[in-house]
Design a protein around this ligand. Sequence first.
Ligand SMILES: *Cc1c(COP(=O)(O)O)cnc(C)c1O
Length: 237
Amino acid sequence: MSDAVGDRLARVRERMTAAATRGGRSPEGLTLVAVSKRKPLSAIVEAYEAGQRDFGENYGQELLSKAEQLADRDDIRWHYIGHLQTNKVKQLVGPVAAPRTGAVVALLHGVDRAKLIGAIAKRAAAADTTVDLLVQVNISGEDTKSGCHPDQLGELLSAVDGADHLRLRGLMTMPPPVADPEEARGWFQQLRELRDRHGGTERLPELSMGMSQDFEVAIEEGATLVRVGTAIFGARE
Ligand SMILES: *Cc1c(COP(=O)(O)O)cnc(C)c1O
């Protein structure tokens, strides 16, 4: 297999389409987020030339710097997929985040607590913009700092619904690493079940789940956004 980003991207897209077919779904509803964290601009440009438009970063400063440098490619959609600290909200939300470009992050994937929702809503109001977001769930109960407990989900979703300037788009999860992608299937099913319990696809159209090692299983289980880094850009340092 070739190492060129464009070839790897084509291969990932083929695998996505095959997984959608296996899951009885249309590939139309799927978005591939190319996770470019810690990869150089040249890699992003290569992917862009191959038609990729959605890119994911999980360090705020790195996202802003890349967005700034690629400002002329103004159809790129930047996804912030990292853990978001309340004091970093100002950087990432609203046009002041990137004064030259006016760029705004297209989708925040990792919103997981009431205080953060409040901070994003306040910032969005001040910047007179609307922020699309996903609520992150810690489905495995793993001891990590990211993701709300499934029992808190109802409350957080209501907080987003109740805030002007915020648009609830769905749920995100990142299960623990597994040796065999099949081991992740249960986690993905659980996120889908949570979605169904909290208003279904009408209220929560997007499910962000699946990475390089398990995106096919995630798609079979209903992912609409997969976040794929290594399979496109190669291993990170
Ligand atoms: C790095 C990262 C990914 C991509 O991981 P790969 O295994 O390289 O595909 C996806 N989601 C999140 C939240 C990440 O931090």
